[in-house]
Design a protein around this ligand. Structure first.
Ligand code: LMR
Length: 427
């Protein structure tokens, strides 16, 4: 105790002596560090958790809830876990992850009988969900196409900007959402594709665009693909919601399949956070379609090399769950049924939210709630109206007016509609 006090007293001076040696006192390493701004999405969840109100509603983060507002573990996941228990060791996966999980993921994205898979033209690694896939790709882009930009839709998932920023890839934007029509700004998007320098990188949301819920039609995808082909652009698909848009993962992969038919070389990020409810398992897949098998082997080795100094190899448990489900026909069938169940519940909530607003006599148009697709409704609420929803009604959502429809339930839809009506009609 005496020694400690003497040490503390001495360490307050700029230098100190111990055992005859003079030491500099520690500089204050981090006194210039300012607190980071709150994440626009995950910060909303933090605020929600801190609110003691019994009325609170979280429609911020895109995480599925059942009709009682509870998180869901899918039956197929429970069953896969039973099968895995005691039969798998906890060894490191290879740097590229689980070969079986990757193979099954590629079938989902590129098609069960894809010749590109058979010809081994796809470089693919297991990723830390969709974020990890985008980040490894962004780093890959920087390393092997160092002078390129990435074209990002306006708006997009806020983390896309962080990902490409931290990979030091300069960002440009392209038109996507049209606020007046609350739909796609298709003509402006096509112009941006045409006006971008040849061979640009375009980030595309494969389905269930986040945050707008606005997807191009099949015909529009064909035109987008054609124009990208004319310009020699590289399309990178973020597919975080396969199955969540229509309830059918095959249908939701249509955009990618159109690009494949047109002979594009593409990149693709897949995530099992939403469609298998494996949010915290961080399991996904990054793939890059190459010209041939040799190129794919080289690209894969480089993707792995990017992953190695970041996290060495990906986590094993989620990968086992995914590969168990997707490689067993019965479990896969169960999964397809459960994805459809989640998508259908959301579609039902869209109808109820719109109907409730109309019943309240709202003079504003709300058809876009049911026209948009996937997990989110881009409501058109202003940041000030969102602030009122939170401060007066304990309803939590991002300030861009995005409502996570996955958090809307039969129990809270009337409350939500009433609050929206109040903040949009009364000062
Ligand atoms: C979202 O958009 O809410 C989700 O993708 C969760 C996240 O990490 O932002």
């Amino acid at each position: 105790m005496m020694l400690r006090t003497a040490f503390t007293r001495r360490s307050q001076r700029s230098t100190m002596e111990m055992g005859g040696t003079r030491f500099m006192s520690s500089p204050s390493w981090w006194n210039k560090v300012e607190p980071a701004p709150k994440d626009p999405i995950l910060g909303v969840s933090e605020a929600f958790l801190a609110d003691p109100s019994p009325d609170k509603v979280n429609v911020g983060v895109g995480a599925y809830r059942d009709d009682n507002g509870k998180p869901v573990v899918l039956e197929c996941v429970r069953e896969a876990e039973k099968r895995i228990a005691g039969h798998k060791n906890m060894e490191y996966l290879p740097m590229g992850g689980s070969a079986n999980m990757i193979e099954e993921s590629l079938k989902l994205a590129y098609g069960e009988d894809s010749s590109m898979i058979k010809d081994e033209r796809i470089a693919a690694i297991q990723s830390l969900s969709g974020t990890g896939a985008c980040r490894i790709f962004a780093d890959f882009q920087k390393r092997f196409s160092p002078d390129s930009h990435v074209y990002i839709p306006v708006p997009t998932w806020s983390n896309h900007h962080n990902i490409w920023r931290d990979a030091n890839v300069p960002q440009r934007t392209y038109h996507y959402y049209h606020p007046e029509s609350r739909g796609l700004h298709f003509a402006a998007m096509i112009d941006d594709i045409k006006n971008a320098p040849n061979g640009s990188f375009f980030l595309l949301h494969a389905c269930a665009h986040n945050p707008t819920g606005v997807d191009p039609t099949e015909e529009q995808w064909r035109e987008i693909s054609y124009q990208c082909k004319v310009k020699g652009h590289f399309p990178f698909f973020d597919m975080a919601y396969q199955g969540f848009a229509s309830g059918d993962p095959e249908k939701d992969a249509k955009s990618i399949r159109i690009f494949l038919e047109d002979g594009h070389l593409i990149g693709c990020s897949q995530s099992y956070a939403k469609n298998m409810g494996l949010y915290g398992q961080r399991v996904g897949c990054l793939s890059v379609l190459c010209e041939d098998e040799k190129q794919a082997a080289a690209v894969k080795s480089q993707l792995q090399q990017l992953a190695r100094p970041m996290y060495s190899n990906p986590p094993v448990h989620g990968a086992h769950i995914v590969s168990t489900i997707l490689s067993d026909p019965d479990l896969k069938k169960l999964w397809l049924k459960e994805v459809k169940g989640m998508a259908d519940r959301i579609i039902g909530m869209r109808t109820q939210l719109q109907e409730n607003l109309e019943k309240l006599g709202s003079p504003l148009p709300w058809e876009h709630i049911t026209k948009q697709i996937g997990m989110f409704c881009y409501s058109g609420l202003t940041p000030e109206q969102v602030d009122r929803l939170t401060s007066e009604y304990h309803i939590y959502l991002t300030r861009n007016g995005r409502i996570s429809m996955a958090g809307v339930t039969s129990g809270n839809v009337a409350y939500l509609a009433n609050a929206i009506h109040k903040v949009t009609t009364a000062a």
